[in-house]
Design a protein around this ligand. Sequence first.
Ligand code: SAH
Length: 216
Amino acid sequence: MAVNPDPPEKMKFQLTLRRRGISDLSVLRAMEEVPREDFVEPSDRDDAYRDSALGIACGQTISQPFVVAYMTEQLQLRKDHRVLEIGTGSGYQAAILSRLCRLVLTIERYRTLADSARKRLEKLGYYNVEVLLGDGFDVPTGAGDFDRIIVTAAMEQIPDKLMERLEPGGVLIAPVGPHHGTQTLVRVTRTETGFDRKDLVDVRFVPALSGIAREL
Ligand code: SAH
C-alpha cells in the first residue's frame, strides 16, 4: 500500500477549503478525517489532495473537494439526520456525509461502482452508509422520506417526486442544468406550504441518467 500523503499536503488541503469560504468546523474536520487517497484510482493517489475532480471507473468522476465540502456545508446536517445521496461514484461524498449524520443511503446506477464503493466504505469503517444499486430518478418508496437529499450528478430539472421525498423542513441540493456544460447548484427547502428554491453557485457534474446502467 502507498504511504499516506505527507502532512503539509493535507494542511494545504484544509487551507484551500478555508480560503475558498468553508467555515463549518465539523465539515472541515470530516474533510480532514476521510482519506481521499483511498477513493481515487491507485494511479491518482499522489493527486488525492489537489482541489480537483478526478476520473474513476465507468467514465465517472469523484468531485472536486471544495464542491464536496461546499455542498455538505449547505446541507446543514444534524447528527440525527437520515440522508439520501444520488450518485455514489467512489463513495467519497457519502463517507463525508456519514461523519455528520445518522444514516446515509446512497444510490448508484453502475453495479461496478456500487460494489466497489460498498466494499471500500465497509473496509474503512463507515458503517452508517448503505449503498444501493438503483436509479435515483426512481427511489424505492420503501426507503421512506429523508431529512436531506444530495444529488451529485447533473439533472436537467429536479423531479417533483424527488422533492416530495423530503421531510418537512428538509433540504435538497442538486446541480441543475444542461447535461454537458455548466449547471447551477440549487438548494430546495421544504416549507409548510411548499418549496423554497435558491440558486447557489455554478458547477460542472457528470449527467444524471435514468435507469440502471446496462454495461457493468
Ligand atoms: N458523489 C460521487 C461522485 C459522483 S459522480 C463521489 O463522491 O465520488 C456521479 C455519479 O452519479 C456517477 O457515478 C453516475 O454513475 C451516478 N449517476 C448518474 N445518474 C444516476 C442515477 N439516475 N441514479 C444513480 N446514480 C446515478
